[in-house]
Ligand binder design. Sequence first.
Ligand code: SF4
Length: 395
Amino acid sequence: MKQAVNYPQAGASATIRPMNADTRTDKPQLPELQLKDLQNLIQQWGQPRFRAKQVLDWCNKGVLKPGEMKNISAGLRNTLNAELCCEPLQLIRRECSTDGTRKYVFALKRKRFAGKMIESVFIPEEKRGTVCISSQVGCVLDCPFCHTGTQGFEANLTAGEIIAQVLAIKADLRAEPLPDELHSDITHIVYMGMGEPMANEAAVFDSIGLLMHENGLNISRRRITVSTSGLIPQIQRLGDIHPVNLAISLHSAMDDKRDTLVPINRKYPLADLRRCLDAYPVGKQRHITLEYVLLDQANDQDEDLQALIRFVNPERERINLIQFNPYPGSPYTGTSRQHMKEFAQHLISKGIRATVRRSRGDDIMAACGQLKADTKADTKADTKADTRADIKGSS
Ligand code: SF4
């Protein structure tokens, strides 16, 4: 039975820990090892191969410290500690919203990026618990309404760092469950935190494979969603390799406006995106989500509505209207609640499924588009130019 927990006051920090400099490491990361890789390593260390499954069972419960893996010998615990980076992330801060949402700030340990921070969010509902995970430190793109985009790009996460967010949150929920009326386990995963997942394709694809694997968390692809601003070749490969749920940061169905709001549109304009979405594999009872943050005067006028009605394919897509969550210095203001409802009603009257997303965790800056971690500039962000060039040259 779940324990009732008294939340800290909204915005209060429940956990703050300094980054420990001696945790920097470039050793292989335990959460990104497949069973066969770990079996081979353990065999090389002179231990029986079946121990690998025991170790992974602990990992899948969120237990990454070898010292807490109770059925593992002391010798193997020591070797795991010596040879691997078992916890690729260090929890720096946890904040709890009055609605139960929890925001986590983690620091990377890889030597080159040690101390750089990412954010992840757990969003509990009555019957589901969704983790929103980051794929990059900052973001390689710079959508002007997005707080993460203002941070610039600092690093791609590894698959181990992506999965470690999920495992760390799982461990936190076990240690401190939410009240009974809210779900305290992870049922859904969305790649909607910091970063453009499709600009970190290899690590994101690997992490999806590991999360879905029967020796991993065994999460159905129906419960995993990748949100992208529209990098078409990567979306096509995602559909071929891991046809998980797809969400597109649309935000305008007019090329001239989307060129500004979602600058990747200059490379992959709406006509190309349309063809890509029509070809993406969507299973029964599933749909592609078109995310549309409503910005006062910028994309909420009648011409925007008409363009959106023309763009959407109601058979396969639904529209998620998002309230703009302002952040300090943001150049936009949100559309009024009343106008959002009217905008949604117009879409619905045309037979389009449209919902207004309830904003969660905005009192702790955990709502959509608000994530931005303060990163320590103790490493050079010189991969920024390289990665931007990759994107610009990827078609
Ligand atoms: S909206 Fe997404 S792709 Fe655009 S800057 Fe923000 S995190 Fe990056």
